[in-house]
Design a protein around this ligand. Structure first.
Ligand SMILES: NC(=O)c1ccc[n+]([C@@H]2O[C@H](COP(=O)([O-])OP(=O)(O)OC[C@H]3O[C@@H](n4cnc5c(N)ncnc54)[C@H](OP(=O)(O)O)[C@@H]3O)[C@@H](O)[C@H]2O)c1
Length: 210
């Protein structure tokens, strides 16, 4: 058994999730920000990769919720690059760091899971569900992390807000980065819904894997 996995992100009209300097750019409309706030409340956990922690230093909490009501925050960090003063480690919500056995870094957080030499996503997801009762996870980025979940066929729902701006730059991150994989057909998505949210559109897809 593994959690239901929903990937949510915001990209520009030219398909970028940040600028070439990898710094955060405001892409979401006010309506989309309100949607994301409500979405976070519905999930047991919010997950990001360490690249997002280093670039954006997000809190990953819902304003107004206390420690016990906020979703659990999960960070994939195989080499222990998350600094001790990262906001994701503050006392506003529980945090689970996912790293490898080779990483000796200790964090002041609820739980540290040490995977094998490489992070085995499927195994970690099963552990989160079976041992920690996490039934659903919202993945908020970045591109490397999202790609790794798609590659392992673990994404059940994909929502992307396409905002009214062009960011540009061939090295600017996109929703599914990483090394890529040779795929004749790519991963097929069926469009479930589309909704105008201010100066952009929210697209809801359901992936299907062969
Ligand atoms: N617009 C949006 O919705 C949105 C949301 C979030 C982030 N962003 C942007 O995205 C950019 C960050 O994205 P990113 O792709 O650089 O970083 P990321 O996906 O946040 O983190 C990538 C890193 O996390 C670790 N990781 C992720 N998945 C892993 C796996 N399956 N196994 C092992 N390690 C794994 C690796 O760490 P190591 O490198 O240590 O191996 C990897 O390099 C920033 O520019 C940020 O502003 C945009």
């Amino acid at each position: 058994m593994r959690p239901f996995i929903h990937v949510n992100c915001a990209m520009s009209a030219d398909g970028k999730i940040a600028g070439v300097d990898r710094k955060q750019i405001s892409i979401s409309s006010e309506e989309d920000k309100a949607r994301v706030k409500n979405l976070r409340k519905k999930y047991d956990a919010i997950l990001v990769g360490v690249g997002t922690i280093i670039s954006d230093n997000p809190h990953l909490t819902v304003k107004g919720l206390d420690y016990d009501s906020n979703p659990v925050r999960i960070v994939l960090d195989p080499d222990g690059r998350t600094p001790d003063d990262a906001l994701v480690l503050d006392d506003q919500a529980p945090t689970i760091m996912v790293t490898t056995k080779n990483c000796t870094k200790e964090w002041d957080c609820e739980e540290t899971i040490r995977s094998d030499d490489k992070i085995n996503l499927t195994k970690i997801m099963e552990e989160l569900a079976e041992e920690m009762g996490i039934e659903n996870i919202l993945i908020e980025g970045g591109g490397e992390t999202i790609a790794s979940f798609f590659k392992e066929k673990l994404v059940d729902k994909y929502t992307v807000f396409v905002g009214g701006l062009i960011i540009g730059g061939r090295t600017a991150p996109t929703p599914a980065d990483g090394e890529g994989w040779v795929a004749e057909k790519g991963i097929k998505l069926s469009l479930e819904d589309s909704e105008v949210l201010g100066n952009g559109v929210l697209l809801t897809f359901e992936p299907s894997y062969d």
